[in-house]
Write a protein that binds this ligand. Structure first.
Ligand SMILES: *[C@@H]1O[C@H](CO)[C@@H](O)[C@H](O)[C@H]1NC(C)=O
Ligand SMILES: *[C@@H]1O[C@H](CO)[C@@H](O)[C@H](O)[C@H]1NC(C)=O
Ligand SMILES: *[C@@H]1O[C@H](CO)[C@@H](O)[C@H](O)[C@H]1NC(C)=O
Ligand SMILES: *[C@@H]1O[C@H](CO)[C@@H](O)[C@H](O)[C@H]1NC(C)=O
Length: 552
């Protein structure tokens, strides 16, 4: 087909991509398991559809013991026979205890090209450890005691275009480094003074859990409290500094807000400067609280959390923050990209901060944010959804499942497992069903990905799918979602691409539908590894289909 015609058709097709229209069904909650034995402080979904979750591991009993009567020797006197990590199967709800030997408290993670969860840092003896969890039957953690150069407690990770993982910051660590360490340049510690400069006071360790997003030009956006930079991590240069986010709110731990890279639209032919190459990258940061909220809460003053969100096109020539207000104040919210490209804001509290026992007024209602809703005042971008019954405060998590539900777990604002505290330690897992689980519209189903599940960059691909009823072309698009690692209100490496698909549907000989399009062009758009493909029709996503993209 003439590329000009294709571009025209894509523009026609996709102008309404996210224009969802009001929905009355506000979703629902379901308790999946009353106790998985540990509190889900960290969580990831592996390409074999299993959830791996873990807590910290230096603080005594959990509610599940290690497999086969194993115990871990802590020192000459004491040993620990409890598991602090489990594998959870969302299909059967089975729980399998796993063996972590070093302390994973407030650690970070991301995925390697082969779908292994690579998890880094933690506390005390765990602070330099890199741990690996492969997506295989009966596998367990493997630990490399000296995987990191620096101790990293509260650091953040992001997968890079070459498949390596960058690890940024951590308590008193104003540096970054790479894993795995394959070449000489991976064995160097790189300075990042920005992490020191953005502290709100010289008395605090730094901005813990900085927000990281890989921009479409391959550089790294780093955000701490109310400032962002674009980092050329290879040459260790700050390429640009963005305008300060207005409002005086802090967004990083302990004033914990959340941040996402909005959908990367690969069908766009122009960016905000009318250039025709790479698509824009736009960041959305929501919630958080005043810089001193944690200090005040420690003396019993619980400051209301922020309602504000800011959007910034980080690839624009003159970026400016566009500020909006959420319907509910929120600190420690998790922002989860749904397969439709909408953002779910879930968990957290309306007062106080992150830390032991310093939050009040749990926010039980998730809020949906539709990035492309049309109202110029932004008011219809938000929708308040159905409430849970379980508070999810500090050390809680949320994670997208392949079937489009969102798994929610954790919450332990107490020093130990404490079931009599004001907000007891939560060992349960729930699923939230977003509004697209309405029964009013048929759900598409991907039958096959051609030519296969291993995909190269720029490659032509097609999706075969089924749908009850006829296809509305203007309401059909394909998204590709990276697996993330969630903890402390951050889904590290969260990334959603809207693929360049043709606005044409064919019928196959077996009566299925077929749409054709292209894989992302570069590894800066989609770093190599596993992703899930979703076909979205009338704002209803199919189940995700795992594919692997890399240079084959
Ligand atoms: C956890 O274990 C404690 C002590 O055995 C018990 O009292 C409590 O009910 C358990 N809680 C859950 C949620 O399983
Ligand atoms: C981009 O180009 C189109 C067509 O030439 C023009 O109408 C539009 O104003 C331009 N937008 C910007 C932001 O320059
Ligand atoms: C767009 O092109 C102009 C002129 O070549 C350049 O200065 C600008 O940086 C480009 N913007 C982006 C976002 O690539
Ligand atoms: C649980 O929390 C309560 C209230 O903060 C405290 O009094 C109690 O000592 C804690 N129990 C344990 C076992 O830590």
């Amino acid at each position: 087909m003439d590329p000009k015609i294709l571009i025209f058709m894509l523009l026609v097709c996709c102008s309404s991509v996210f224009n969802v229209g009001a929905q009355s069904y506000q979703g629902k909650w379901k308790l999946l398991k009353r106790s998985i034995g540990v509190s889900a402080m960290h969580m990831a979904l592996l390409p074999n559809e299993k959830i791996v979750t873990f807590d910290r591991s230096e603080f005594g009993p959990s509610n599940i013991t290690l497999p086969q009567g194993k115990c871990i020797k802590e020192d000459s006197k004491s040993s620990d026979c409890y598991a602090h990590s489990v594998e959870f199967d969302p299909a059967t709800r089975a729980v399998r205890p796993l063996t972590i030997l070093s302390d994973t408290w407030c650690s970070s993670g991301a995925f390697s090209i082969d779908g292994t969860l690579v998890q880094s840092g933690g506390y005390r003896l765990g602070e330099k450890v890199v741990r690996y969890f492969k997506p295989c039957m009966d596998c367990d953690w493997e630990e490399d005691q000296n995987g990191l150069l620096s101790p990293r407690w509260y650091a953040s990770n992001q997968v890079l275009p070459d498949g390596k993982i960058i690890v940024v910051g951590g308590r008193y660590q104003f540096t970054y480094e790479f894993i795995p360490k394959l070449s000489g340049s991976d064995r160097i510690l790189y300075k990042l003074p920005f992490l020191k400069e953005t502290r709100y006071s010289a008395l605090v360790p730094n901005n813990l859990y900085p927000f990281l997003h890989l921009s479409t030009d391959g550089n790294l956006f780093v955000f701490a409290n109310d400032r962002g930079i674009l980092l050329d991590y290879i040459n260790n240069k700050v390429i640009r500094s963005y305008p300060v986010m207005p409002g005086g709110i802090s967004r990083n731990y302990p004033s914990t807000g959340s941040s996402v890279l909005l959908p990367l639209k690969l069908f766009s032919t122009t960016d905000s400067d009318n250039n025709t190459s790479t698509p824009d990258a736009e960041v959305l940061i929501c919630g958080g609280t005043a810089p001193d909220s944690n200090e005040k809460a420690n003396v019993g003053v619980f400051v209301p959390a922020s309602k504000s969100c800011g959007r910034l096109i980080i690839t624009a020539a003159s970026p400016e923050w566009e500020m909006e207000e959420m319907p509910i104040n929120r600190v420690m919210g998790d922002m989860i990209m749904l397969p439709t490209g909408d953002v779910l804001i879930i968990n957290g509290a309306a007062k106080g901060a992150a830390g032991w026992g310093v939050a009040r007024d749990p926010v039980l209602n998730p809020v949906l944010y539709r990035p492309d809703a049309r109202n110029s005042d932004g008011s219809t971008r938000f929708e308040v959804l159905a409430p849970s019954l379980i508070p999810r405060l500090y050390h809680s998590t949320a994670h997208l499942l392949s079937d489009g539900r969102v798994l929610v777990g954790g919450s332990n604002p107490n020093i130990n497992y404490n079931f009599s505290a004001l907000y007891p330690t939560e060992l349960s897992l729930e699923a939230f069903y977003p509004p697209y689980f309405t029964k009013k519209k048929p759900r598409p189903s991907i039958v096959a990905v051609n030519p296969g599940l291993k995909i190269g960059y720029k490659q032509k691909i097609s999706l075969e799918f089924t749908l009850e009823g006829s296809v509305i072309l203007s309401d059909l698009f394909v998204t590709m979602v990276a697996p993330s690692f969630t903890t402390h209100s951050i889904a590290m490496n969260q990334r959603l691409l809207v693929l360049a698909f043709n606005n044409e549907v064919k019928k196959t000989s077996s009566g299925n539908y077929l749409v054709e399009g292209y894989a992302p062009e570069t590894a800066a758009l989609a770093p190599p590894g596993y992703y899930q493909l979703f076909l979205v029709h009338e704002a209803i996503p199919s189940k995700g289909k795992w594919i692997q993209i890399k240079q084959f």
